[in-house]
Design a protein around this ligand. Structure first.
Ligand SMILES: Cc1ncc(COP(=O)(O)O)c(C=O)c1O
Length: 383
């Protein structure tokens, strides 16, 4: 593959920072696109010109909800709008019962810490968290198999892991969970936007993501998909007026529940972030997630090959089928390396003992090579 199936130059023209920098940090934060800037500006204009326009603002939140739903092959009624993955997961956890025999949570320590923290916080209410180990940057299916049992209420996994980019086989874990009567929560933050993902077909019961990484959005908004039929029994204690059947009924003494996943909405929605998130997801969908997936896996493969050619050590999986575009390169003092790379206008992201090179649909093979050259030079300089 020498080029993506879309017009790469046209895409790149939408991202001004590419004129001066090589951003390969999507695992942490997307670059600002003209698409995002126009959407952000539309909110500022609306606020300035009309003073207040709740009808339009709520319509933008609904448009973002619908975009997220379309992105994962779902119905908007099954999507909750949150302000972060932490909040979405907390709201979900607050709706589950941690009493009785079935009160176990099976999670992996390789998940983004915030999700682990939410699960651990449920222990005070009776939950019992069991950890599936990470071995060599992978979380083995056999380890889930031996940890999930009839006492498990929910299993927690990622489609892609933030540190190594390891991609989990979600349908297999969903089968294991279902076989024991447990539900599956999937954090898809590190892969949504890089591949076509069918939430209903994945077997998961809940899928969460924020928008500021590969979805080309900004902080302040996240979404939680709930499998149809699962939401009706949920009564979250983390709630608010947007979780009501009619938020504008203004009945403080009546706790009714919106249909579907909407009951997990909480307070005033993140309007500004919704403008930007909706525009980012729309852009990606217009380009096409299959075409983006083909190009990002090509770039991911190039990251691994290029790292090997430069004598760099990759943390975790190197098999292109099992990894997201993110490649973690082992290095000491990763944060100092990240700062030094900025001097050569390469934006990569340090996490733990590695610097992560995470190209996206707008990157070229040359970007990847330039980023790896800079990483290799910096690691050599520090020896
Ligand atoms: C996989 C994953 N989940 C969750 C988060 C954080 O979620 P939030 O800050 O929206 O709670 C991150 C990164 O910031 C992440 O990489």
């Amino acid at each position: 593959m020498t080029a993506p199936l879309y017009d790469l130059d046209a895409v790149r023209a939408e991202i001004p920072i590419l004129r001066t920098h090589v951003p390969v940090n999507n695992c942490s934060h997307a670059p600002r696109s003209r698409v995002a800037a126009a959407a952000a500006q539309a909110y500022l204009e609306s606020w300035n010109e009309r003073g207040m326009d709740w009808d339009e603002w709520i319509a933008e939140v609904e448009a973002a909800r619908a975009e997220f739903a379309a992105l994962i092959g779902a119905d908007p009624v099954d999507v909750a709008v949150a302000t972060s993955v932490s909040q979405a997961t907390s709201s979900l956890a607050s709706a589950l019962s941690w009493e009785g025999e079935r009160r176990r949570i099976v999670a992996s320590a390789a998940e983004f810490p915030t999700v682990g923290h939410v699960w651990l916080a449920q222990e005070r209410l009776g939950a019992d968290v069991r950890w599936v180990p990470e071995r060599g940057g992978r979380i083995a299916l056999e380890d889930y198999e031996t940890t999930i049992d009839e006492r498990t209420l929910i299993v927690s996994a990622c489609r892609g892991y933030y540190q190594t980019g390891f991609k989990q086989d979600v349908p297999r874990i969903a089968e294991m969970a279902r076989a024991k009567g447990a539900m599956l929560f999937v954090d898809a933050y590190q892969t949504l936007g890089t591949e076509a993902f069918d939430a209903p077909g994945s077997g998961a019961d809940f899928v969460a993501s924020g928008n500021l990484k590969f979805l080309m959005g900004m902080p302040g908004i996240a979404f939680l998909w709930v499998r149809p039929g699962r939401a009706d029994r949920l009564r979250p204690t983390i709630t608010g007026w947007f979780g009501r059947a009619d938020p504008f009924a203004f009945a403080a003494d009546r706790l009714d529940w919106a249909d579907g996943a909407r009951r997990l909405d909480v307070g005033t929605p993140p309007v500004w972030a919704a403008y930007v998130a909706g525009a980012g997801m729309r852009w990606l969908r217009q380009i096409g997630l299959d075409a983006i997936g083909a190009w990002t896996s090509h770039l991911g493969r190039r990251c691994v090959e290029g790292a090997r050619e430069r004598g760099l050590t990759v943390l975790g999986p190197t098999d292109p089928e099992r990894k997201a575009p993110t490649t973690a390169i082992v290095c000491e003092h990763a944060h100092a390396v990240e700062a030094a790379l900025r001097e050569s206008h390469v934006i990569a992201s340090a996490r733990g003992p590695a610097i992560r090179v995470a190209p996206h649909f707008y990157n070229t093979v040359d970007d990847v090579d330039r980023a790896l050259d800079a990483v290799a030079a910096e690691i050599r300089r520090r020896r």
